[in-house]
Ligand binder design. Structure first.
Ligand SMILES: Cc1ncc(COP(=O)(O)O)c(C=O)c1O
Ligand SMILES: Nc1c(O)cccc1C(=O)C[C@H](N)C(=O)O
Length: 398
């Protein structure tokens, strides 16, 4: 069986249409990096571009770079590049701040868009914690109450009192992919708005924000978009909602004429209305450079490879892991799977992951018992999936 898997891995790598993209990343063949769903690898061109931004744009041009190097418009320009990856036409995404901050803007703005009598913020019960914390605070501030529901039940749970539902497209822990089209349609049918958190889906699979009429969305850029540690996040506001988008953080950068330094606030049109303060130029331009790797990549090819990788890894785990030691909590159905495999390991999961990392297989551990393996189709190969499962088997066999 294992010999058959090795031959299969070779054949799959040979047929991989994305294989050449790996060399665009700074990766070493000694490590199997399965943590791109926490921090994406470094695209090789980023360091040179950053050196240029620091040396030439900041160092030589200094303040002139806000206009001459295009710094001022960079949040919307880079937003449009992210838009191509999440199915958003230009003019609807602004890059800046953290996901947490953008969740706040989106949830409060969605409540402000809601009709009378809507005082409920519906939250995916298994949400990444920051979304839950921020939504709870946003609810308190807007006179709403929070109600939690399993993300799969949100279509049926949204009702006449729901102002907004906040849902994770892919669950960070289990890797479950939620139904963006169906949930959005059902929440709309209930008269409410939906905010999607795309942190674990953008760059991992095709996302079609415009096609499904999503109201608002947020996401980070340091996972599958490889923007780097602390890279700025983004906010999507559907074009027809932009004139009514009432930001709870109306900083001077979102003013229609920031340099008027007017004491009265007048919001900018378009995506810029989602801005707050001065953009994080260095990390924003690092992200801009990192996005170049996507120029010739089709998201459909990414999805095909992602599913093949995770299918193959699951089969390898079945072949190598001692019976009963791990159990996948990631859905087997392709329609319900993101780009990771999470294995429940009831016995000593933290120690197992530490040993895996020591042996060159980098995933992560999520308390209390989850071993999480992220598969980044741009740079992860099938032989690596096989090696990760083999080493996991060895570690579990102790
Ligand atoms: C689903 C999800 N939402 C939000 C965050 C937090 O984003 P940030 O730290 O950029 O606020 C993360 C990861 O850290 C995440 O996985
Ligand atoms: N944002 C992170 C960080 O600053 C340090 C360590 C990990 C992260 C993460 O992104 C965690 C990630 N969102 C998760 O899904 O677990």
């Amino acid at each position: 069986m294992p010999r058959g898997l090795a031959a299969e891995a070779t054949a799959l790598d040979d047929g991989d249409v994305l294989r050449a993209v790996r060399k665009e990343f700074a990766l070493d063949d000694g490590t199997v990096y399965l943590d791109g769903n926490s921090l994406g690898a470094l695209p090789r061109t980023v360091a040179g571009r950053l050196a240029e931004v620091v040396g030439d744009e900041w160092g030589r041009l200094r303040i002139r770079s806000w206009t001459e190097s295009g710094w001022w418009e960079a949040p919307e320009r880079v937003g449009d590049r992210v838009g191509r990856l999440v199915g958003a036409a230009p003019g609807q995404i602004v890059v800046g701040d953290s996901t947490s901050v953008n969740v706040f803007k989106a949830v409060v703005a969605a409540v402000r868009l809601a009709g009378p009598g809507r005082d409920e913020v519906l939250v995916d019960a298994a949400t990444f914690p920051t979304d839950g914390y921020v939504a709870a605070s946003a609810a308190r501030m807007t006179g709403c109450r929070i109600r939690e529901a399993d993300a799969r039940d949100i279509p049926g749970e949204a009702g006449p009192r729901t102002a907004v539902a906040l849902v994770n497209h892919v669950d960070y822990r289990s890797g479950r992919l939620h139904d963006l089209a169906g949930t959005t349609a059902a929440v709309h049918a209930a008269g409410a708005r939906v905010v999607w958190d795309l942190c674990h889906s953008a760059g991992a699979l095709p996302v079609a924000l415009d096609a499904h009429g999503v109201d608002l969305a947020v996401g980070c850029t340091y996972k599958y978009l490889n923007g780097g540690p602390g890279a700025p996040a983004y906010l999507y506001v559907r074009r027809d909602l932009q004139p009514r988008f009432d930001s709870p953080l109306p900083g001077w950068n979102s003013h229609t004429d920031p340099f008027a330094m007017d004491s009265a606030y007048a919001p900018a049109d378009g995506a810029a209305r989602g801005r707050v303060g001065t953009p994080e130029i260095l990390s924003l331009l690092a992200l801009d450079a990192a996005l170049d790797v996507w120029d010739d990549v089709a998201l459909t090819a990414v999805r095909t490879k992602s599913l093949a990788l995770t299918d193959f890894f699951l089969r390898c785990v079945e072949a190598y892991a001692p019976e009963g030691r791990v159990e996948s909590i990631t859905p087997a159905a392709h329609a319900e799977r993101g780009s990771q495999v999470s294995l429940r390991c009831a016995d000593g999961a933290a120690g197992v992951m530490a040993e895996l990392i020591r042996r060159g297989v980098v995933g992560d551990f999520r308390r209390p018992d989850v071993l999480r393996f992220g598969f980044t189709p741009l740079y992860t190969g099938f032989a690596e999936a096989l090696r990760a499962a083999r080493v996991l088997g060895e570690v579990l066999a102790g």
